[in-house]
Design a protein around this ligand. Sequence first.
Ligand code: FMN
Length: 200
Amino acid sequence: MDVFEAIETRRAIKKFDGSYKMNSDDVTKLMSHVILAPTSYNQQNWRFVYVTNQDVKEKISIAARGQAQPKDGSLVIVLCGDMTSWSTEPLRYWKNHPVEKQEMVAAALKRKYDGNLQNQRDEAVRSCGMAAQTIMLAAKQMGLDSCPMVGFEYDELAELIKLPENHLIVMMVVVGKRAEDAGVRGGQLPLDKVAFENSF
Ligand SMILES: Cc1cc2nc3c(=O)[nH]c(=O)nc-3n(C[C@H](O)[C@H](O)[C@H](O)COP(=O)(O)O)c2cc1C
């Protein structure tokens, strides 16, 4: 699928076909493309919990205040940020490059994130946002649809996925076969209200 077409036809689907199940090759294909999403310093600070188990998906629907997408979608991907990525073996993020480059990046990561929770959280949100859109566009390429979601009880979802310490749930994305088209778009703001050439 053409990228412009994928962008234009991606919609937040509310009703998924509960009988459709992605096979494990498709799940692997999707996830292996998602990890090509960009991250600052290539620190790959996202962590994905991809839920295929129907019982768990139903519990996620309950945590999502009764929203049906998690239980009826084929795959629920919970996008989390690891706020310690900057300090966890940082040389591996540039392992294909000379050691000088690896050490330079490790030092830069330390400068930016050490003791700075705000920067750690911001980076988690940025990286997961990039990954979320990558999931949704890759799903289109695979003939599937998606719904990004933040309408859930954070603590309930954290318990369900056994969220480790120093990790943050950023959002989830449900992927599956649409059972119903999305409604008319809410209404995009005019381009000149949101995009400014050179400065505000
Ligand atoms: C971060 C985020 C959280 C969202 N949470 C929910 C949600 O919990 N439930 C839902 O039905 N839609 C959710 N949406 C979908 C938005 O309502 C939808 O993307 C928006 O209305 C634009 O519609 P479109 O995606 O079809 O273009 C969310 C979207 C984003 C980006």
